[in-house]
Design a protein around this ligand. Structure first.
Ligand SMILES: [Fe+2]
Ligand SMILES: [Fe+2]
Length: 180
């Protein structure tokens, strides 16, 4: 698939963190549609989704959420809840990566669990944190945040973050030292 040159150009130009985040959310939805299609290369779509899901969430947590926490108008609990939802998404991704070949019964079931977890998060994030950003963060700061987000996301993507061992590590670390 891949972006057309015009789309790529647009992507590089866009700096507003809200726009960049929403663009990734729509790409995730497109990839879910592909993963559900028996005509598509579902394995390839899964690997693209895995890389994007991890890179996106890690970049949000590294560069966007810490800044939002400092805004009085942003509910600290919304930020914390979003981080928890990233963990739920990562756990569902890990289960799918471990579910064997695409199209099997287990795979389909784990795919639907992942789609549900991630769609729920995208929806909630857009209604809470993204709207808070629109309302409270000025365009200059949003561009600055967008550049930081894009840089962190790019660095993540360069390391193929959706690899099984890396997803395992992230899930394990989120469980904490006392976690299983
Ligand atoms: Fe997001
Ligand atoms: Fe998120």
């Amino acid at each position: 698939m891949g972006d057309s040159p015009a789309e790529q150009h647009k992507h590089e130009d866009a700096e507003d963190v809200v726009e960049l985040i929403l663009r990734d959310h729509r790409t995730m939805e497109d990839l879910f549609r592909e993963m559900r299609s028996v005509d598509a290369d579902r394995e390839a779509a899964l690997h693209r989704l895995a890389d994007l899901l991890i890179a996106h969430a890690e970049a949000e947590e590294a560069e966007v959420y810490p800044v939002l926490r400092r805004y009085r108008q942003v509910d600290e609990e919304d930020v914390e809840h979003s981080v928890e939802e990233h963990t739920e998404g990562n756990e569902a991704l890990l289960a799918l990566l471990e579910a064997g070949a695409p199209g099997g019964e287990d795979w389909d079931e784990k795919l639907e669990a992942l789609v549900q977890a991630v769609n729920h998060h995208l929806d909630e994030e857009e209604r809470s944190l993204i709207n808070d950003t629109r309302e409270n963060v000025g365009s200059g700061r949003r561009a600055e945040l967008g550049r930081a987000f894009a840089r962190a996301r790019r660095d993540q993507l360069a390391s193929a973050p959706g690899r099984l061992e890396n997803v395992r590590r992230i899930v394990k670390e989120a469980a904490g030292p006392s976690g299983s």
